[in-house]
Ligand binder design. Structure first.
Ligand code: NAD
Ligand code: AKB
Length: 318
């Protein structure tokens, strides 16, 4: 029976992934871990700072882990504030996960890469799988290098490393922490609270995005695919939906016609300006059947209803 370890399980993607994996595989143990204490998962949660290689290996051995999902990282915007720390941490965590997995005989490892691997030399529209990688952030550099380390461990040791280049992920569970695409989550909180929003990107900055349920399903589909179907061992492009702050605001105004957004671009605008507008996910589609389910309208409706419901529950229990 497979036993799954999720590292960085209390973050935006990790918390949704752990819940989905537990529903999806009711008979399997899904061990959540993080450096933060958990108020969310009361069972099958362990404290793990994955910079501690000895502890990481002990946990893998003790729980007989067969699959690792490694989600811990410093994201793009936070990473530019402390570039050297970001490089050191992101690389150290990933190399620990790869090496501990190899040493302990883990069967499969998941690495979350990002559209941040692309820079000025990639075609912006429908950026292809094999576009040139010249990332414009330390975060993107760590993801591009991380992809190649995954490929190396697969080629050299046969470790079954699989990876996706997530676009900006939008969901109403845990808040994102330190990304350039975070505005697309924060804007919904303000709209539902019927407050104005100040956006740190320019109104016409189109970025590739994805509703969190699509991101989680892509992860599970990739990890479930037969080994013979996985032809890309760096990281797969996956396409979701693309929009600008202005287009997202217009979609939200269908629900809150009075909603107002001011624009005050900061250093994150320059990061976003170097990223693709949209992604070509056709190789993932051909190899293991990738298909996104959420367009802008459905994403907007799901976010608004989710946050309205949460506010209602909070009022009832106050
Ligand atoms: P997040 O910042 O919300 O969560 C990261 C989690 O890792 C946090 O709970 C944090 O406490 C934990 N963590 C930090 N240092 C740790 C350590 N030393 N040991 C163990 N845990 C540690 O990130 P996220 O948005 O959930 O993203 C998950 C992964 O997906 C990241 O690698 C990120 O680069 C990638 N990704 C995310 C997005 C997105 O839009 N959210 C897009 C592309 C790629
Ligand atoms: C970020 O903005 O840093 C992330 C990402 C696209 O990798 N959301």
């Amino acid at each position: 029976m497979d036993v799954i370890l999720v590292i960085g399980a209390l973050g935006q993607i990790g918390s949704a992934l752990v819940s989905k994996l537990r529903d999806y595989y009711p008979g399997r143990k899904v061990l959540a871990s993080d450096i933060k204490p958990s108020s969310e998962f009361d069972k099958d949660f362990v404290y793990l700072d994955a910079t501690d290689m000895v502890h990481l290996r002990d946990i893998i051995r003790h729980h007989k882990i067969t699959e690792v999902y490694h989600l811990a990282a410093i994201l793009s915007a936070a990473g530019e504030v402390k570039p050297l720390d970001t490089w050191n941490l992101n690389m150290k965590l990933w190399l620990h996960v790869l090496e501990a997995s190899r040493q302990c005989g883990v069967k499969k490892v998941f690495f979350p890469s990002s559209i941040a691997v692309f820079g000025s030399q990639a075609v912006k529209r429908k950026t292809p799988q094999d576009a040139f990688l010249n990332p414009n952030t330390v975060y993107g550099m760590s993801k591009a290098a991380g992809e190649h380390w995954g490929q190396y461990y697969y080629d050299r040791y046969g470790l079954d490393v699989r990876s996706l280049r997530y676009p900006g992920v939008v969901g109403c569970g845990t808040l994102p922490g330190g990304g350039t695409t975070d505005y697309a989550v924060a804007i919904f909180y303000k709209a539902v609270a019927q407050e104005n929003f100040v956006c740190f990107l320019k109104e016409d900055t189109v970025l590739p995005m994805m509703y969190i349920d699509d991101a989680i399903m892509a992860t599970i589909k990739l990890m479930e695919a037969p080994k013979t179907k996985i032809r890309v061992r760096t990281s797969y492009n996956i396409n979701g939906v693309s929009f600008s702050p202005k287009e997202l605001t217009a979609a939200i105004r269908n629900w809150y016609p009075e909603f107002c957004v001011e624009y005050a671009p900061d250093y994150r605008q320059q990061i976003a300006a170097g990223w693709p507008n949209s992604i070509d996910g056709s190789i993932a589609q051909n190899d293991w059947g990738w298909e996104a389910m959420f367009d802008l309208e459905r994403l907007t409706e799901t976010m608004i209803k989710g946050l309205q419901n949460r506010r209602f529950q909070e009022k009832v229990s106050a």
